[in-house]
Design a protein around this ligand. Structure first.
Ligand SMILES: NC(=O)c1ccc[n+]([C@@H]2O[C@H](COP(=O)([O-])OP(=O)(O)OC[C@H]3O[C@@H](n4cnc5c(N)ncnc54)[C@H](OP(=O)(O)O)[C@@H]3O)[C@@H](O)[C@H]2O)c1
Length: 344
């Protein structure tokens, strides 16, 4: 059986690591003392919105702040935030045996490439986590919404598949993960809107003005992707091109038609919201920033490729990171974004 190490034991890393450990996989968690001490005291419990409730005793896990602890790993899952990827790559480079595969379970588009550039002797596969995870404290990590993990198709995944399936985390394989990552990024365009609302995702999504903000950001990104010849994969029941229309429908209709999107833990917030509240750097440059960079690559002079809405969201998040507002009402935010769009 493969020994699996998780580098960056936070919400996603502890949830995936906990599901694997609870079903008998040897798991090493590399992370910060503030997270690991809770697990050392209480063990690691994973729960989900469907009733999963599994526990791995602290003694069954290896917990360390030192990357050396993953020296014997047969597979490494990288689950740090995007800003920490270069540092993670250096840590892995100094420790991993050659040919040990690495899966990046991170948002954004180029984290796997950033790892690969440094890890010349290790295959790096892109992965995608579609669901939300909440750190409930005391070693409890909760999957708050639906979705199945996706990963770059590769022959290396034979044994990995079995271990993940046994842990109740089947892996969907994809030949073209870029399309999947862009499909996920379109949904992540809600992260800054959720963070600026100061509300849990479910409350925020229930309000049409916030959804209209999402629609503006997604519609803009879809134009840029079209100009770049990229077809984002469908990661919700709806095709990506329908998302702006879906976001714009009245609240009563949205509550009926988007039950899946609203079937989320009532307290769940985007990880960007959690970062802002904790005073940490957000992933805005790796989410909305990717839309702006792609537009620049495609050609800023093409009229279809302006990104005033996503640029405005980046500015508002930067202001919030510096202590600015995080309590925008839907109508206030919509006014800002529409003004940005009309003034371009
Ligand atoms: N949370 C979600 O619901 C969710 C869902 C889907 C996808 N994602 C994506 O998954 C990725 C991970 O997100 P997350 O929410 O799990 O992040 P997270 O909770 O912040 O976990 C990452 C952990 O790694 C630690 N870390 C960073 N550098 C480290 C190092 N050199 N050594 C040891 N530990 C280190 C961080 O500590 P510091 O904070 O001290 O740096 C943090 O505790 C992101 O790309 C995110 O966008 C998240």
């Amino acid at each position: 059986m493969l020994r699996i190490s998780v580098f960056g034991a936070g919400s996603v890393g502890c949830y995936i690591g906990g599901c694997l450990a609870a079903t008998g996989t040897s798991v090493t968690l590399i992370g910060r003392e503030r997270i690991l001490s809770g697990i050392a005291k209480h063990g690691l419990t994973v729960t989900d919105y469907l009733g999963r409730n599994q526990h791995a005793a602290a003694g069954s896990l290896r917990l360390s702040t030192d990357p050396q602890a993953m020296a014997d790993a047969d597979l490494v899952l990288v689950t740090v935030k995007s800003a920490a990827t270069p540092q993670a790559a250096q840590a892995l480079k100094s420790v991993l045996r050659p040919r040990v595969p690495v899966i990046s379970f991170q948002n954004g588009i180029y984290n796997a490439e950033s790892l690969s550039e440094v890890l010349a002797h290790n295959p790096v596969l892109a992965g995608m986590v579609p669901f939300n995870v909440i750190d409930r404290g005391d070693g409890v990590f909760h999957q708050g919404s639906e979705g199945v993990l996706e990963v770059q198709n590769d022959q290396l995944l034979g044994g990995v598949d079995k271990q993940f399936a046994r842990a109740g985390l089947p892996l969907i394989h994809h030949a073209n993960m870029k399309e999947v990552q862009w499909g996920k990024l379109l949904l992540n365009l809600n992260n800054p809107i959720n963070a600026l609302s100061g509300l849990p995702i479910r409350d925020q999504l229930s309000q049409r003005d916030y959804r209209r903000c999402i629609a503006l950001a997604i519609a803009e990104a879809l134009s840029v992707l079209k100009a770049a010849g990229i077809r984002p994969a469908r990661v919700t029941p709806l095709p990506p091109s329908w998302l702006p229309t879906m976001m714009d429908i009245p609240d009563w209709m949205f509550a009926r038609l988007a039950r899946g999107l609203l079937a989320i833990d009532p307290l769940a917030r985007s990880s960007m919201s959690q970062d802002l509240q904790a005073g940490r750097r957000t992933e805005i440059d790796w989410i909305n920033g990717e839309v702006v960079r792609l537009a620049q690559k495609v050609g800023a002079d093409q009229s279809s490729c302006g990104t005033p809405v996503n640029s405005a969201l980046i500015n508002l998040i930067r202001q919030a990171e510096a202590g600015g507002r995080q309590d925008w009402t839907g109508s206030e935010l919509l006014l800002q974004l529409r003004a940005a769009k009309n003034n371009r």
